[in-house]
Design a protein around this ligand. Sequence first.
Ligand SMILES: [Zn+2]
Ligand SMILES: [Zn+2]
Length: 88
Amino acid sequence: MATCDVCGNSYDAPLLISVQEREEHGVYDSFECAISALAPRCATCSTTVIGHGVQSDGRMYCCAACAARIGDHGHVDRVDAGVPRDPS
Ligand SMILES: [Zn+2]
Ligand SMILES: [Zn+2]
C-alpha cells in the first residue's frame, strides 16, 4: 500500500514516477493524479500540457498559437507537406 501524493488515497498498485531533473520520485494512485502533479502548464492559457507542447526560452506552451499570443512567433503546429487533405 502506498499513499498518493496528490489525493491521499491508499492504493495497492501505485505509480512511482521519477523525473530526471529531480532527486525524488512521486507516488500516485492514477495517471490523473500524476499528470496533475507533474505536467507543466501553458504559459499563456494555463491548460495542462500532457504531450510534447512547445518550448521556448524556458517557457512551455500547449500549442504554437499560445506561443504567438505572447509574441513568440517561431513555432508551428503543422507543416503542409503538399499532401492532399481531402481525397474526395
Ligand atoms: Zn491520487
Ligand atoms: Zn495554451
